[in-house]
Write a protein that binds this ligand. Structure first.
Ligand SMILES: [Zn+2]
Length: 61
């Protein structure tokens, strides 16, 4: 997988349902969380908090 300046580009699934807050249906902005050993992308609703966490380097579902 090629390196890219934007860690989200090309790594995230095409389906954007993970972005949507299950409570209010808001489209939430991704937030990259670097834990040191891995990188995860969290989606948090400004009203309802984090609802989804995606590991862009793990394909298994
Ligand atoms: Zn919400």
């Amino acid at each position: 997988m090629a390196q890219h300046d934007d860690p989200l580009d090309g790594l995230m699934p095409e389906d954007d349902s993970y972005r949507t807050c299950p409570v209010c249906g808001r489209d939430c902005a991704p937030e990259v969380i670097d834990t040191g050993s891995s990188v995860r992308v969290a989606f948090s609703c400004p009203e309802h908090g984090a609802h989804s966490m995606v590991d862009p380097f793990t394909e298994e579902l």
